[in-house]
Design a protein around this ligand. Structure first.
Ligand code: PHE
Length: 405
C-alpha cells in the first residue's frame, strides 16, 4: 500500500516525499546471508575476522578487534552521511541512488554508517559486517543489496610510538596546511606509521585470502571521511579489480566521536567481490539462490579451497520495452527498481539499447532489452510474457511513461 507506514526491522516509519524503498527491497532486510553458516559470504567474513583475530592481540593474548555483524541496516540519514562528513550537497546522497524510508531514515549505503557510534562508545579496534543497499543498474556484478566489512583501528600516541625510543614524537602539530601526504593537524611521522600499518595489513589480508602469488596495487582516491584515501586493486583474470577503499580517518570525525586525542585508519571491503574472485562465482544473484546445487558446494570441511562448478545455465528469454519518458524527467534507477519489484531475481540484465529525441515534440524515447533468466530452472516464454506484461502496465501507472510497444 502506497500510504501505509513502512514496517521494517521492528520499527514503523511513515512515508514522505523522499521515500524510495520498495517492498521487494524491504523483504531482503533481516535475511543476513553473511550470518548463515556455510554461505560463501559468511565463509569470507569468517576468514577476514580470523585474520584480524590472529594478527592483533592485546596484552593478555586475546583478539584486539571485536566484530559487529548484527547491527540493523536501518539507519538515520545522519548516521549514513553526516556522521562521516559527507557534505549536504554531495552526489552520493541522491534519491536516485539510495533507499530512503523517509527524509530521516534510510537503508545504509555503506557500513561506514556505524563508524561514529562505535568510536563513540569507546572502541579502538572493530570490524562491522553487514548488508548494504544501493539503487543501481542490473547486470552480473550489481545487485541492490550487497555486503561490506568495515574495519577501524585507533592509536594513542603511546601505542603508535611504543617501539620507538624517541620521546619527542607526537601525533599532532599546530595548524599546518593540508598537503597530499596528510591532514593539517597530523605529524608526518604519525601518518606514515599508520599508513604503513594499514597498507601492510590489507596487503597481507589479500595474500591470506588469495595466496602468495596475488598481484596488488594502490590507487590514490577520495572519500569524505578519510584523508589521504586509497583503493586496493587486485589482478584478477588479467584485469585490475577494485576490492576495497581505505584511508587515514578524518580527525574531525574522531573529534566529534570523542576520540580526538587518537589517530586512526578505516577500510571498507566488498564481500561479494572478494567471494566471486575467491570461489569463481560468475553471477552475483547466485548469493541469493537457495538451490542446493549452489549451497551444497560450500558445505565441505575446508570451504577455502572450493572452486564453484557452475551448473548448466538455463536458457534466457528476451523482451524489449520502449516508452516515451515523461516531460517532468525520468530516472533510470526508478525503472530498474520497478524491474526488480516485478521480476525479482529473474531479471538478469537490463540494457538501454536505444534512446532518441523526437525533434518535433521534444520527447525522449528509451528502449530497454531485458534478459530474463532463472538460476534454478528453465523459464517458459509464456510465464515471462505474463511478467513482462505486468511490467508494461506498471510502467505506465507508476512511472508515468507512455509505453510504445
Ligand atoms: N564506505 C566506502 C565505500 O562504501 C569504503 C570506505 C570505508 C572507504 C572506510 C574508506 C574508509 O565505498
Amino acid at each position: 500500500n502506497q500510504d501505509s507506514d513502512i514496517l521494517v526491522s521492528g520499527g514503523s516509519f511513515s512515508r514522505d516525499g523522499f521515500t524510495t524503498v520498495t517492498p521487494k527491497i524491504l523483504s531482503r532486510v533481516g535475511v543476513n546471508l553473511h550470518n548463515e553458516r556455510n554461505h560463501p559470504l559468511c565463509i569470507i567474513k569468517e576468514q577476514i575476522r580470523d585474520f584480524f583475530y590472529k594478527r592483533f592481540l592485546n596484552k593478555r593474548g586475546n583478539p584486539l578487534f571485536s566484530i559487529y555483524d548484527n547491527l540493523s541496516p536501518v539507519v538515520t540519514v545522519w548516521q549514513n552521511f553526516d556522521s562521516v562528513l559527507v557534505p549536504k550537497d554531495h552526489v552520493s546522497r541522491r534519491r536516485g541512488d539510495n533507499y530512503y524510508l523517509n527524509r530521516e531514515y534510510m537503508l545504509r549505503a555503506h557500513t561506514s554508517a556505524h563508524q561514529h557510534e562505535l568510536v563513540k562508545v569507546g572502541l579502538d579496534a572493530f570490524l562491522v559486517a553487514g548488508d548494504v543497499y544501493r539503487r543501481d543498474e542490473i547486470d552480473a556484478t550489481h545487485f541492490p543489496v550487497f555486503h561490506q566489512m568495515e574495519g577501524v583501528q585507533l592509536f594513542s600516541d603511546f601505542e603508535l610510538f611504543e617501539k620507538c625510543q624517541d620521546s619527542s614524537l607526537k601525533l599532532f602539530t599546530d595548524d599546518q596546511e593540508r598537503v597530499p601526504e596528510k591532514q593539517e593537524h597530523h605529524t608526518l611521522e604519525a601518518v606514515k606509521l599508520v599508513e604503513f600499518e594499514l597498507k601492510h595489513t590489507l596487503e597481507d589480508l589479500a595474500r591470506f585470502l588469495f595466496g602468495e602469488g596475488i598481484e596488488t596495487r594502490w590507487v590514490v582516491t577520495d572519500f569524505p571521511f578519510t584523508y589521504p584515501s586509497f583503493e586496493l586493486e587486485i589482478k584478477f583474470q588479467g584485469e585490475w579489480l577494485e576490492v576495497l577503499g581505505c584511508g587515514i580517518m578524518e580527525q574531525e570525525l574522531l573529534h566529534s566521536a570523542g576520540a580526538g586525542h587518537k589517530i586512526g585508519y578505516a577500510f571498507g571491503l566488498g564481500l561479494e567481490r572478494l567471494a566471486m574472485v575467491l570461489f569463481h562465482i560468475p553471477d552475483i544473484r547466485l548469493f541469493w539462490s537457495t538451490d542446493s546445487r549452489f549451497r551444497s558446494q560450500f558445505e565441505v570441511p575446508d570451504p577455502r579451497k572450493v572452486k564453484f562448478k557452475p551448473f548448466s545455465k538455463f536458457p534466457p528469454v528476451f523482451y524489449d520495452i520502449s516508452f516515451w519518458c515523461p516531460e517532468s524527467g525520468f530516472i533510470s534507477n526508478d525503472f530498474y527498481d520497478l524491474v526488480r519489484s516485478v521480476a525479482g531475481e529473474m531479471a538478469e540484465k537490463v540494457e538501454l539499447i536505444d534512446e532518441f529525441c523526437n525533434p518535433k515534440t521534444g520527447k525522449t524515447s528509451h528502449c530497454y532489452r531485458i534478459t530474463y533468466r532463472s538460476m534454478d530452472r528453465t523459464l517458459t516464454k509464456e510465464e515471462v510474457g505474463t511478467i513482462h506484461t505486468e511490467l508494461i502496465e506498471q510502467c505506465s501507472t507508476s512511472l508515468g511513461v507512455e509505453v510504445r510497444n
